[in-house]
Design a protein around this ligand. Structure first.
Ligand code: TRP
Length: 453
């Protein structure tokens, strides 16, 4: 297989990589998904497990995945093939690249539909739909919107087209610049929303929900969801960070960048939760209302505070941008593979992957209306896709990445690639990636399938 390294660009600096990787990490996962799954899984104890997973599993695997990409300097499928050859390992390791490419496409198919909701909400705000709105009206607004396949398809199409257009232009072009102002603005807006939440009577109740530990609510599935979310929110386990790592200059410290990215990502998620739960309780909404949670709560805040019209618009615009900088990393592995290994032009690769993903997304669109009642194992198509990717495929991918980096790659290679400031930190990473991360993933799986009771 020939690979055209000339098509393989590089970030202009360490800062550019941090921006892009943070852009990939921070997205709907933090602002839309984290609050609603926290609500569904009972709050504090779930949040604690999620934080533990970020530190003990997420960060070491993020270091490992970035390292694999940088060492191989190519797309996940090709990277796994090269690294397998270098380590003279079993050929089957190359399927890891495939698993990632498929997971990315599946995730993007529903990610784009939800990002479409956020896009539609920019205009709902603009046209004053939130003015003076109460909880019931906000729920009706959301229900009517999601009941319409045409509207959902329209916004899903707009978002997919925007994603593929950016990807077609190449990763280093469009993206670096936009994330630079996006992340700080998103932080500011979230802080303002937290400030608003503080003015409500339910602020303390919201905090209690998020941080008081009640382990009775922590089912096996809740633990799996928390772990899956650690992968999802950090963009791990499917090759996105591997591709970004492959564009990383050789002299950059991978570990330090990983801490920064994980910290920024976690802070955004916690701020989103702190902003949203007080509103949920203040307006008598239910924390476990599911995927619509932020779309039902935030309009009430925007519709009733001074300057809310402007803030609402800014918020949803920023959310869509944050989603865009994530969605491009979901499809980049597939596109890079088609371009580097199958001689597609970038445009053609984008067109085909985009159309395929768009089509798959219809399953999610219909899960909220005409196929609402099509359920398998108690889950509609959207929930099934989310479960399969976040709770199954990403942890399996992450497990394999940890094992590959910890056992298959030669110690000299990982040590020289990581260039940790001291041997102790290298050793800590190696213990996490060899024992702690794989064992935790394995135990959580065993627990869910019932072997551990
Ligand atoms: N991390 C993003 C979010 O939280 C979603 C995402 C982007 C992702 N790229 C990924 C998830 C790769 C898993 C794998 O919104």
């Amino acid at each position: 297989m020939t690979i055209n390294k000339a098509t393989h660009g590089h970030w202009s600096s360490r800062f550019a990589f941090i921006l892009a990787a943070t852009g990939s990490a921070v997205g709907l996962g933090n602002i839309w998904k984290f609050p609603y799954i926290t609500g569904e899984n009972g709050g504090g104890a779930f949040v604690l497990v999620y934080l533990l997973c970020v530190v003990l599993i997420g960060i070491p695997i993020m270091i490992a995945e970035t390292m694999l990409g940088r060492r191989a300097q190519s797309n996940p499928i090709e990277a796994m093939q090269q690294l397998t050859d270098e380590a003279q390992a079993d050929k089957n390791w190359r399927y890891l690249g495939w698993l990632g490419v498929i997971a990315g496409v599946l995730i993007l198919s529903y990610y784009s539909v939800i990002a479409g909701w956020a896009s539609a909400y920019i205009f709902k705000d603009l046209f004053g739909s939130f003015f003076g709105i109460d909880a019931t009206q906000s729920q009706t607004l959301f229900d009517n919107f999601t009941a319409s396949p045409i509207q959902l398809i329209f916004w899903h199409s707009v978002f997919m087209a925007a994603t593929m257009w950016i990807v077609a232009k190449g990763v280093n072009n469009g993206l670096e610049k936009s994330v630079r102002f996006l992340m700080p603005s998103l932080f500011v807006l979230l802080f303002l929303l937290v400030g608003y939440a503080m003015t409500t009577n339910s602020y303390q109740q919201g905090l209690d929900f998020m941080f008081n530990l009640d382990f009775s609510k922590l089912t096996g599935n809740a633990i799996l969801t928390a772990m899956g979310h650690a992968f999802f929110t950090l963009s791990l386990g499917m090759g996105a960070i591997m591709v970004y790592g492959s564009y990383l200059p050789k002299d950059v410290s991978i570990a330090k960048t990983a801490y920064l990215i994980a910290a920024a990502d976690t802070i955004v998620a916690l701020l989103a939760g702190i902003a949203i739960f007080p509103l949920v309780f203040e307006h008598g909404l239910h924390p476990a209302s599911g995927a619509g949670l932020i779309f039902q709560t935030l309009p009430i805040a925007f519709g009733n505070m001074t300057g809310g019209w402007l803030m609402g618009m800014l918020f949803f615009v920023l959310l869509v941008f944050a989603a865009l900088s994530s969605s491009i990393s979901l499809i980049e592995p597939a596109v890079a593979w088609l371009v580097e290994n199958k001689n597609f032009t970038r445009e053609k690769a984008c067109l085909w992957t985009g159309l395929g993903t768009w089509f798959l997304g219809l399953g999610t669109v219909f899960s909220f209306n005409i196929w609402k009642d099509v359920v398998f194992f108690d889950k509609n198509i959207f929930q099934l896709l989310d479960y399969l990717t976040a709770n199954v495929m990403l942890p399996i991918g992450g497990f394999a990445i940890a094992v590959f980096a910890g056992y298959i790659m030669k110690r000299e290679h990982t040590e020289s690639e990581l260039q940790m400031p001291c041997t102790q930190s290298y050793d800590v990473w190696r213990i996490l990636v060899r024992y702690v991360a794989p064992a935790s993933i394995f135990l959580v799986f065993l627990h869910v399938v019932g072997v551990l009771g």
